[in-house]
Design a protein around this ligand. Structure first.
Ligand code: BV8
Length: 246
């Protein structure tokens, strides 16, 4: 708790206005969404590295879709938690510039009310035609798997798989926002997956605060390491920022 108090003291003394937030699966853990590498088991005993790849999809699209449809059904029933809603509340303050950059594909930041979230790895509820490359929202369960586009080609999840490049404009925008931030909050990520994990090196003038019950490879580079869960620490940090925002 002491690290959290130190972080709050820094905020009260420095009145951060440009806030960049980088989140990972840990911020959704308390919403019931399993993390990738945590003790909560991954996803139906499959490792993301084995199924979230273009090779796996080329080899067995039906299996990959069965896995994603299972994840979609699970996430559909999950709700944003206090951490997601606190970040959405923060962004509503006129004097603050708040940017949420997430590795998560669960859409919970948007459902909590955050606007303009950068979803670096895509979204479980959007699909892409493997022939036309067009994307479309797809929130309801598919009647049959694997789903097909009206053109007859396979649809795939509009998600960045391992070995696939992230959208350059997403990465460039995230670098831009973090480089100008007064404060970077790094919430619920193991800091293992690149290029997302490398984003904190874009911080130039601001202070970094990690919120994670466990230490990660990013911890030693963070100015404040808050070993707390997201739903406990994020509302406290948000309240402190709002308290001194004028
Ligand atoms: C690319 C979508 C190049 C899929 C995902 C060797 C070294 C370095 C890099 C590589 C390497 N070998 C390969 C690579 C590259 C690879 C990579 O980084 N691999 C890792 C595993 C080593 N990266 C890629 O392949 C990327 N692409 O490099 O392309 C390229 C360039 C040009 C042209 C072609 C290719 C693409 C990466 C994106 C992969 N897709 N997701 C899907 O979800 O189905 S990544 C996947 O991992 C998720 O998005 C997830 O968000 C992400 C990172 O995991 P975390 O979010 O951090 O989650 P994790 O479970 O790991 O950690 C949770 C944390 O929360 C823990 O620390 C825990 O303590 C904490 N926590 C738990 N409870 C709470 C909590 N915190 C707070 N509160 C709580 N209550």
């Amino acid at each position: 708790m002491e690290q959290l108090n130190d972080a709050v003291s820094w905020i009260r003394s420095n009145h951060p206005r440009r806030i960049a937030v980088l989140t990972g699966a840990g911020i959704s853990a308390e919403s019931g969404v399993p993390t990738f590498r945590g003790s909560g088991g991954l996803w139906k005993n499959f490792r993301a590295e084995d199924l979230a790849t273009p090779e796996a999809f080329a080899r067995d699209a039906a299996l990959v879709w069965e896995w994603y449809e299972w994840r979609r059904s699970l996430v559909r029933d999950c709700a944003p938690n206090a951490a997601h809603t606190a970040l959405a509340r923060l962004a509503q303050h006129d004097e603050l510039e708040v940017s949420v950059i997430t590795q998560n594909v669960d859409g919970l930041h948007t459902r909590a009310g955050s606007i303009g979230t950068i979803e670096l790895h895509g979204n479980l509820f959007r699909v892409r035609c493997t022939r036309e490359e067009t994307t479309q929202e797809a929130t309801a369960p598919f009647p049959s798997l694997p789903p097909l586009c009206a053109c007859g080609a396979l649809l795939r999840p509009d998600i960045v798989w391992f070995g696939e490049a992230l959208e350059p404009e997403d990465i460039n925008r995230a670098v831009e926002l973090i480089s100008h931030a007064d404060l970077l909050l790094i919430i619920g990520t193991s800091g293992l997956v690149y290029p997302a994990a490398g984003l904190m090196s874009s911080l130039q003038r601001g202070i970094s605060m990690e919120i994670n019950p466990d230490s990660t490879p990013l911890s030693t580079s963070c100015d404040f390491v808050i070993e707390e869960t997201a739903s406990r620490a994020v509302p406290v940090i948000v309240d402190a920022i709002l308290e001194v925002a004028q």
